[in-house]
Design a protein around this ligand. Structure first.
Ligand code: MRU
Length: 366
């Protein structure tokens, strides 16, 4: 997507290095960082310079390639897999990408591995872009249907949580892909952007993305969604997901569950948009089986932003002695999810729904 008038992806190869946008600096500064080895790739994921399930997977694939460029032995391959796998526990695209790279290059002789891994990481990135475009087309049909029921010129109001935009993927985003396509095709669309405490991915990233693309949007604090829905101000919720189970439970950024509850209570359709690499076919019960990342308490006790003096600063908002809990994700049970928007179309959030779109996985599980 565009930043100013320049086309960007969130990750790309540049010589022997991997270029990323340091997302901890947005929206205040656009800083490109070059990753040159395994440790830097792992640090970029753990430190959330890159984040969002599909982008975590793409970065991990490049991390494997960087590791193999330095040492392509079996031991180094195993070490790279473990190091990258340990960075963040919830987004399943991480394991998916690591397994895919290991499966593709593990059988090659060490001398052939680095180049093959590098090329494959590029393929994973290109596939992600194409996949998200297809998610966008599937989701666009939902927005078009709502637009047809509106008066001419009246916007379709979408609520989204966290950042499941192009910054969370290689391009297009998942939740945002239908929004960008709707906007580009002339459908009036307006997005309520949850700020998404504690790290404020909505305020810092989604709002920045939508603004750069010219999509009308309004930033709201996390607790506003229920009020908006009670007053008929939201036509559809579309969120991303870090892991969706074989029966359609949706794990996503903390607070997603509360939005789904409010949506159900107010008859607002609630969709999750995802590439199939985000489905964990080995897990059914998301609440019991998905590991929820717990992050440092300072993300809750402090807030970072640009001061009125133009300096990026971090300030404490809670007493120094107050204990803090920081659960990064929650699980929305499938019963609260109206549907899943995937690269193969929209399905019911259920075992049957997913099996209809992905019969090859359903057969394996049977
Ligand atoms: O902690 P983050 O910023 O990596 O969390 C990101 C999300 O929760 C996204 O909604 C999810 O990864 C889907 S991204 C298309």
């Amino acid at each position: 997507m565009k930043i100013g008038d320049r086309d960007f992806r969130s990750i790309w190869a540049e010589g022997d290095a991997v270029a990323i946008i340091d997302q901890t600096r947005l929206p205040h500064a656009l800083e490109i960082v070059h990753l040159t080895n395994l440790d830097e790739a792992a640090r970029a994921i753990a430190g959330m310079w890159v984040r969002g399930a599909p982008l975590i997977g793409a970065t991990a694939a490049y991390g494997m390639a960087l590791a193999l460029a330095a040492d392509a032995s079996d031991d180094a391959l195993a070490r790279a897999y473990d190091t990258l796998h340990a960075t963040r526990p919830t987004a399943i695209n991480l394991r998916w990408a690591l397994d895919a790279v290991r499966g593709r290059i593990g059988k090659l002789t060490p001398g052939d591995r680095a180049a093959a891994a590098w090329a494959f990481a590029g393929e994973i990135c290109d596939d992600d872009v194409a996949t998200n475009r297809r998610i966008g087309e599937a989701g666009l049909a939902l927005i078009e249907a709502i637009a047809r029921r509106k008066r001419p010129g009246e916007p379709v109001n979408v609520l989204t949580h966290c950042n499941a935009g192009w910054l969370a993927t290689v391009d297009w985003g998942t939740a945002t892909a239908p929004i960008y396509l709707a906007h580009d095709s002339g459908i009036p669309v307006h997005v309520y952007v949850d700020e998404t405490r504690p790290r404020n991915q909505g305020a810092g990233l989604t709002a920045w993305e939508l603004g750069n693309h010219g999509v009308p949007h309004t930033l709201v604090v996390d607790n506003v969604g229920g009020h908006l829905m009670q007053h008929g101000m939201v036509d559809i919720c579309i969120v991303g997901t870090d892991r969706t189970t074989a029966r359609g439970d949706v794990c996503n950024k903390i607070g997603t569950y509360l939005k789904a509850l409010a949506a159900r209570d107010n008859g607002v359709p609630f969709y999750a948009a995802l590439p199939s690499s985000t489905i964990d076919w080995t897990v059914r019960d998301g609440i019991a089986e998905i590991p929820i990342e717990e992050r440092g308490g300072e993300e809750v006790s402090h807030v970072a932003g640009m001061s009125d003096r133009g300096v990026i600063e971090r300030v404490r908002i809670a007493p120094e002695t107050t204990p803090v809990a920081n659960y990064a994700f929650d699980v929305t049970p499938a019963r609260l999810v109206t549907g899943l928007i995937t690269e193969r179309g929209v399905c019911e959030a259920s075992e049957v729904g997913l099996a209809g779109l992905f019969p090859e996985h359903a057969r394996l599980r049977a």
